[in-house]
Design a protein around this ligand. Structure first.
Ligand code: NAD
Ligand code: IPM
Ligand code: MN
Length: 347
């Protein structure tokens, strides 16, 4: 039987219960689908930082390289460890070191989920650049603590980085409804975003079958609320993609529904699958975290591993669960009850 070896990083807060739920569902679908999953749990987290002084060991990245994929919950416990320390010590280095440059985030309503717009009919695939841009970590502060203090955070956009994410997005648009929305802020950011728009135009010429429209990010934010059904594939830089995908999560019913895949499309290193949401400290010990985003991310992992039939079964079980009104409204059903409903829909 084929075995996929998965590194499991639950991380912090609700990362634990939602990954446990996803793992249970993945295990339940594996055997009847003719493959096995082995999981190696890595305790890397803010708790680990408090114990050891590091978010992950010095050879952490190297030790992840041997896995077929990484399943992650959420990283961050800001009351005890500054976010800039925890995220730059674990999540962001994995995305960058493994060249997981395509962060793929689907936004659509599961059956029975109403969402705040009170209308469905949208099916958006956000593609977020995931390794450079505004997250490059380039910058500094001088004259710290004085009235003359200056802080600089430089967005780094390379031709290689912009071109590869746009090519990935064009390919996704081709495989879907043939529409691509490219998001920038080139009216205000005259270097990086004008550069992005130029490359978009160059690639558009190579893809005459894809209808490309460039939007400014502020207008896109409004469009995602007022006319989400007009959108197919949306591609954006790291920071703009981050913000737009929490908005996408909101219109699909909340952060508890938004899944994501951090893909290394060249398959030269493991890809990582995680819900869009964070550790949710405000509800972390209440037992009400929605595990659907993590389970959906698990389905994306199965598809990436070549187990499309099993991924489809998990998505059908999620649809069955929400279609019966379970897990559709934040806080209404407990994590365990939602997970049990998904498991029973699978059997
Ligand atoms: P968050 O996503 O953790 O929470 C935002 C709001 O959404 C909260 O009210 C929370 O209760 C709710 N929520 C999130 N997921 C939910 C779920 N599955 N079910 C029900 N409700 C859910 O964002 P935040 O509060 O800005 O961040 C908390 C911590 O998580 C910070 O340390 C932040 O840096 C980190 N974070 C990590 C990731 C990640 O690891 N990928 C993503 C986002 C935030
Ligand atoms: C996400 C998160 C992360 C990001 C944070 C925690 C650094 O918000 O995965 O969307 O901005 O990429
Ligand atoms: Mn985010």
């Amino acid at each position: 039987m084929k075995t996929h070896n998965i590194a499991i990083i639950r991380g912090d807060g609700i990362g634990h219960p939602v990954v446990d739920a996803a793992w249970e569902v993945l295990q339940a679908v594996a055997k009847p689908s003719g493959f096995a999953l082995t999981g190696t749990e890595l305790p890397w987290s803010c708790a680990h930082y408090k114990e050891t002084g590091v978010m992950m060991p010095a050879d952490g990245i190297d030790s992840l390289r041997k896995y077929d994929a990484i399943l992650l919950g959420a990283v961050g416990w800001p009351a005890e460890v500054p976010d800039a320390v925890s995220l730059h010590g674990l999540l962001l280095p994995i995305r960058k070191a493994f060249d997981q440059y395509a962060n793929v985030r689907p936004h659509r309503l599961l059956p029975g989920v109403e969402g705040p717009l009170r209308r469905g009919g949208f099916d958006i695939l956000c593609i977020r650049e995931n390794t450079e841009g505004e997250y490059a970590g380039a910058g500094g502060r001088i004259h710290q603590g004085t009235p003359q203090e200056v802080a600089v955070e430089t967005g780094i956009f390379t031709r290689m980085g912009v071109e590869r994410i746009l090519r990935f997005a064009f390919a996704q648009a081709r495989a879907r409804r043939g529409k691509l929305a490219s998001v920038t802020k080139s009216n205000a950011q005259k270097y990086s975003m004008v550069f992005w728009d130029e490359i978009t135009r160059q690639l558009a010429a190579e893809h005459p079958d894809v209808e490309v429209t460039s939007y400014h990010v502020d207008a896109m934010a409004a469009r995602m609320v007022t006319a989400p059904e007009s959108l197919d594939v949306v591609v954006a830089s790291n920071l703009f993609g981050d913000i737009l995908t929490d908005l996408g999560a909101a219109i699909q019913g909340g952060l508890g529904f938004a899944a994501s895949a951090n893909l290394n499309p060249d398959r030269k290193a493991p890809s990582m699958f995680e819900p869009v949401h964070g550790s949710a400290p405000d509800i972390a010990h209440l037992g009400i975290a929605n595990p659907i985003a993590a389970i959906w991310s698990g389905a994306m992992m199965l598809e990436h591993l070549g187990e499309k039939a099993a991924a489809d079964r998990v998505m059908a079980a999620l649809g069955d669960t929400t279609g019966r009104g379970i897990g559709t409204v934040p806080g209404k059903d407990r994590t365990d009850a939602i997970t049990a409903a998904v498991l029973s829909a699978l059997s």
